[in-house]
Design a protein around this ligand. Sequence first.
Ligand SMILES: [Mg+2]
Length: 223
Amino acid sequence: MLFDIDGTLVDTGGAGRRAIEEAARLLYRRPDIFDDVAFDGATDRAICRAALRKLERPFDEVEIDRLLDAYVSLLGPEVDRSQRYQIHPGAEQLAQAMVEAGVLLGLGTGNVEAGARVKLQRGDLNRFFTFGGFGDDAEDRAALLRAGLRRGEAILGRRAREVWVIGDTPKDYAAGHAIGAKVLLVATGRYTRFELAQHEPELCVESLEDPRVLALLERRLDD
Ligand SMILES: [Mg+2]
């Protein structure tokens, strides 16, 4: 099982956006370069690339690394002081139940790993996720999910029988299906259940508290 972070496990209450805008202010005096960049379901490198284009000068991969390093160093304090940080309903209970059932849990997120760990730290959720595919692995979401899946299978020592990708955007759906996974979409992010259901994921729920999510786990164990 590969879990997305923002909108799926937690909401940082805008801390991620505030930290990256502050990084751009410090480096370029241009916090506005992220203004009309869509963050939902996008990877950190893709977000930075879209923003840096607005500087209207050439930039290279090192520049993206520099911006991301500045972002990660600002993210911790932003997450800590965020007024609206929350773990989404049912997320922690689901992770706990899955770990107890012996299901291997990983992350599948566009966040660079250092940023991902900071976002989960405040809610003490890192303990459930020993591995993952991250924004450091690839700019393309399917490619980073594949990296996460490879790591999970290395831990299992065999091919996974059934892989689920859990996310909150159509991009999670597209990337999950691209790697042959089943997809669970949850409407705790910016998209409604109605919007997400249009993509016909294997399961679409209002929140991870929906009993069908745990039922899925039980069915899976019966296989
Ligand atoms: Mg998300």
